[in-house]
Design a protein around this ligand. Sequence first.
Ligand SMILES: Cc1ncc(COP(=O)(O)O)c(C=O)c1O
Length: 366
Amino acid sequence: MFRERVQNISLSIRKISEKASKQENCIRFDIGQPSFDTPQHVKKAAKKGLENKQGYSPMLGLEKLREEAAREESTKKGIDIGSEEVMITTGGMGALYAVFSARLEEEDKAVFNDPCWGPYKMISEVSENRWSQVQYWDSDRNLRPEAKEEIRDADLAVVNTPGNPTGYVLTEHQAREIGEFADKHDTFLVSDEVYHRLTFGVEHYSPAAYTADSCIIGSMSKNHAMTGWRTGWVADRPENLEQYAKVSRASTACPPRISQYAAVEALKHDSHVKEMRRAYHERRDLLVKRMQNLDWDFVAPEGAIYAFPEVGEDSWSFCMDMIEKGIAMVPGEPMGPESDQKVRLCFGSTNKEEINEAFDILEEEV
Ligand SMILES: Cc1ncc(COP(=O)(O)O)c(C=O)c1O
């Protein structure tokens, strides 16, 4: 027997990667995975870390990494976090799962932006809370009245900046507006900032700076090209971490020790982030230029590693057709009710030659 809500989770996007991996020379815009490998000095630090005894790590993570993660978070305007306010987790995903599971009762509701990163819904399904989705922002970058209503009613609201799948980055005004609004209505704010180092010519602002009751989700995955090391964190008050730690203890016991040695080095010596960001920025510019030649409607991404254009037809059939032509993209349909004609392209996983090659094909086909 399996729980109904688990059985009903659809891993439909896997259809895309399965089909793409069978297609020879397919250009992979579908996977949210940096094309870069983890920097050599970081791998070296992990090797050196092997010299230590490889027992369980402390439940909240190695103290050195908690210090570095706290320092990293405290670089954000208006945020001052101490190491006692950071719990290291098995990826940002582990942090989100711990927060949702620890905080939400079955009848409690989480609210997500439309569109949003799919796993928020999946985590809600597994932890059995209710959820809804609403477009947060209008075209003038103000919180929509419908969003205010949902956030006011919810027990927990997720805000994600820079955003997946849109590359949307909140301005200071937006970060303040959603932070203060959640604060005023006692809605706990989960600020997912796992792409905070990846912005292109704009500043990152944390909504958590504007509310007393919030947590920040951080990760080594994308900012440092360390997806496989499964290391992230949640920053919150120590008494709240104590509750999240129970969920971590029940699911993964502790974060992987070896990855934490690597993460300390990556955060301490982080010039690689600048280099990767420069490359992503160039790819973003090229992608925007090439998308302008197509009849696609889109907002140019300002951060993260994704673009989310409207292609003017059903996103599933479009993506399935395009894989046949050698280009893999992710349908927007599972990401929100307003996104069934949109597709997600990850430019973090491709290089400029691949972007050009793909758009030469798209200009013929679309
Ligand atoms: C918006 C967002 N949040 C959280 C995560 C979790 O990242 P990880 O578990 O790899 O740290 C991702 C990964 O793709 C993401 O896109």
